[in-house]
Every structure is written in C-alpha cells, then in structure tokens.
Design a protein around this ligand. Structure first.
Ligand SMILES: [Zn+2]
Ligand SMILES: [Zn+2]
Length: 190
C-alpha cells in the first residue's frame, strides 16, 4: 500500500487493495480491545489519488463486514463497514513534526498524519499508506454498536431481552419516548 508520488498527475488515479483479518491482527494485535477482531473477511479500499499543485489529495472508501455485539441487548450481529475518508498531504519540506512518533513516521514511511486525520505531510517519492489504513479501520468500528436502531435492550432489573419478551419490572426511567410507545402498544400488558 504505497503511493508513487512522481507518477501522480492532476487526473485521479484509482488504487484498489484489500486488507485481510490476519494483516489487521498483525498490526493491531489479537484480543478484543479494538473491535476489529470481528472482521468477517477482507476490507476493500478504493482510493482516488491526484496532485493538487504541490499537494497530494486522497479520497475514498473502505468497505467490509464486522461481527459485532449489540451494546444494548448483547446479541451478535453482522454490520457493514462503510468508512469514507479524505486526506490532503502537503510536502513536509524542512518541517519536522513535534512529536517523536510523527517525526519517525515521516522519516521512515514518508507520511505524517495530523490528529484529525484529514491532513498531513509527505516526504520523498513514496508514501507508505499502512498507518493511514490502520487509522481508517479504527474509525470504522462503531463506538456503540446497535443490532438495529430501535433495539430495546435488556431489562436492567431482570435481564430479560426486551426485544423478545416483556417483563413485570416497572420502568422507572424509560430510555426514549419510543420505548414508552412500544410498551403501551405491546399486547397483553395492561
Ligand atoms: Zn440489540
Ligand atoms: Zn425486567
């Protein structure tokens, strides 16, 4: 996953590559800390790259599938990855990033990413994209996965899955007006 800077023109070049779950495990380590251990197959990247004056402009999308656990009802489900990204890279020139990690990345990979991941610097004729790919993947993991938008979750008192059955516990604090509506509508509950 490299970009040859010298070959770029004003007309976008389309790069397609995919990263495998084993590549991700190697880069992120194994274990459930980052949410990417649930990758179901490869993640496909499509990146359009072109020059904009001295700058290098990238935009594209990562698509794939993740096995996730719903943050409300704990059910496992498959959710799509669809992460769009855009990155403008300026030539670094003589500048050196203040943080040592950033300085090392610019020296060795030809790429320094700013914090918000939409801009950065490049140096040399080859930009190594692995680190950026990692960051895009990390962003693709939902912070609060939901099996579906209207998931009613588990009862905080008795633990019943409220998508499947109702329970006799009174709702002290309904989560949303929709939860109240749903409980009013459910048959056999007066
Ligand atoms: Zn759920
Ligand atoms: Zn209950």
């Amino acid at each position: 996953m490299k970009i040859g800077v010298d070959r770029l023109t004003d007309t976008p070049t389309v790069l397609r590559f995919s990263v495998s779950p084993s590549w991700v495990a190697e880069r992120f380590g194994r274990g459930p800390a980052h949410g990417l251990e649930g990758l179901a197959g490869d993640v496909a990247f499509e990146v359009r790259v072109h020059r904009m004056g001295p700058d290098v402009y990238l935009e594209g999308e990562a698509t794939g599938t993740l096995d996730l656990a719903c943050s409300r009802c704990l059910t496992r489900y498959r959710g799509p990855i669809r992460e769009r990204f855009r990155l403008v890279l300026e030539p670094a020139g003589d500048r050196v990033p203040a943080d040592p990690e950033g300085a090392a990345a610019l020296a060795h990979e030809g790429l320094y990413l700013a914090d918000e991941l939409e801009s950065g610097w490049f140096r040399g004729s080859e930009i190594q994209l692995d680190r950026f790919v990692e960051e895009v993947l990390a962003l693709a993991v939902p912070v609060q996965p939901l099996c579906r938008e209207e998931c009613r979750g588990l009862c905080p008192r008795c633990g019943v899955d409220r998508n499947l059955e109702s329970c006799a516990c009174s709702e002290a604090r309904p989560e949303s007006p929709f939860a109240v509506l749903a409980s009013l509508r459910s048959p056999g509950r007066k």
